[in-house]
Design a protein around this ligand. Structure first.
Ligand code: SAM
Ligand code: SF4
Length: 339
């Protein structure tokens, strides 16, 4: 790297959080995320383990302290644990050769039982597991795969391995809406935080997202009729607002890209498995880091590319889901950039 300057965008936001997608492939087909016949990238286009590692080190040099591995499903990538181990060695103080404060991942949980101990051994302490329902038939309808038992087994294995598990749930009208209180009670009862997310208009899918779009303002009203929600001072530097629920003794997060814009405090940047940096989840501003990595002078090219990313990061996204049959805001699926 030529420049070791911290990453600060044109709106004076300090970027300290990288979400790195390690694959666009997945073993589930969540209906709001991708079509059944999703066309995946040719493997040759995806960054190698060495390239992903080098890229992550470049970001750590520029002050990235939190790194989340995502996908697609990160645990379907064959050399994933090797990457986690290599990056785990960067956990710790910068003057001791580290720089990362947290290494984490977002997973659908289907392969967690196999990898929970390895993740913990590599230095991972907290993970996010996406789970939208506890009902097997609804799970199969939502993900188009009958994998709920594996996911529950994976969550239990993660807990047993000493990983803190946060459950992420996309709120969906007519699908899991009625079950949300039970999901929260289950998660809190098992010692997991749970965060609800509004569905976002990213990429073409077979279903009309408008049909299942559920504003979290309505969910919050419903939960407040049932339970005592107290706004929590808890902050993670992310977009969620938190509430403590007296009756369950747990914490609930709400991520509301549609009903309550949160871009002002954005501290993150995303890179796809092909090394495309997206400056915003909701925008098309992009920089090709793979070209930089494969150039004659990768350090200089990466430094220039990251400086450019800071100049083009937009102020905010402009998602709307306001009518039936509306086109996605972007052609790109969430499985490209990860959650
Ligand atoms: N496969 C992993 C998983 O499901 O956790 C990681 C990648 S997945 C794209 C990350 C998160 O994005 C999941 O919690 C998923 O529910 C969420 N997601 C996918 N498509 C979405 C959409 N269109 N709107 C909102 N959330 C979405
Ligand atoms: Fe796969 Fe995650 Fe998308 Fe579901 S949300 S299809 S698990 S990438």
């Amino acid at each position: 790297m030529n420049s070791r300057a911290p990453l600060v965008d044109q709106f004076a936001r300090r970027i300290s959080y990288l979400r790195l997608s390690v694959t666009d492939r997945c073993d589930l087909r969540c209906a709001y995320c991708m079509p059944e016949r999703q066309v995946f990238l040719p493997r040759a286009e995806v960054l190698s383990l060495e390239e992903l590692h080098r890229l992550a080190l470049g970001f750590i040099d520029r002050g990235i302290t939190k790194l989340r591995l995502t996908g697609g499903e990160p645990l379907v990538r064959r050399d994933m644990i090797e990457l986690v181990r290599a990056l785990g060695r960067k956990l710790g103080a910068p003057d001791a050769g580290g720089g990362l404060e947290e290494l984490t991942l977002t997973t659908n949980g289907t392969r967690l039982a196999e990898f929970a101990d390895d993740l913990r051994g590599a230095g991972v302490r907290r993970i996010n597991v996406s789970l939208d329902t506890l009902d097997r038939a609804t799970f199969a309808r939502l993900t188009r795969r009958d994998s709920l038992p594996q996911v529950l087994e994976g969550i239990a294995a993660a807990k047993a391995a000493g990983l803190m598990v946060k459950i992420n749930t996309v709120a969906l009208k007519g699908l899991n809406a009625a079950e949300i209180p039970d999901l929260i009670a289950w998660a809190h009862g098992a010692g997991h935080e749970l965060t609800l997310i509004e569905v976002m208009p990213l990429g073409e899918v077979e279903e009309d997202r408008f049909e299942h779009y559920l504003p979290l303002s309505a969910v919050q009203d419903d939960l407040e009729r049932r339970w005592t929600l107290t706004p929590s001072g808890h902050r993670t530097g992310g977009p969620a607002r938190y509430f403590d629920i007296a009756e369950t003794g747990g914490r609930l997060g709400l991520i509301t890209p549609l009903t309550n814009n949160f871009c002002e405090g954005c501290n993150r940047i995303r890179v796809t498995a092909t090394g495309q940096l997206f400056a915003c989840l909701g925008g098309s501003e992009q920089v090709d880091l793979r070209a930089a990595l494969r150039s004659a002078d990768p350090d200089a090219a990466m430094a220039d590319a990251l400086d450019l990313a800071m100049r083009i990061k937009p102020e905010r996204h402009h998602f709307v889901i306001d009518r039936p049959g509306g086109a996605p805001a972007l052609a790109r699926h969430m499985s490209m950039t990860g959650g």
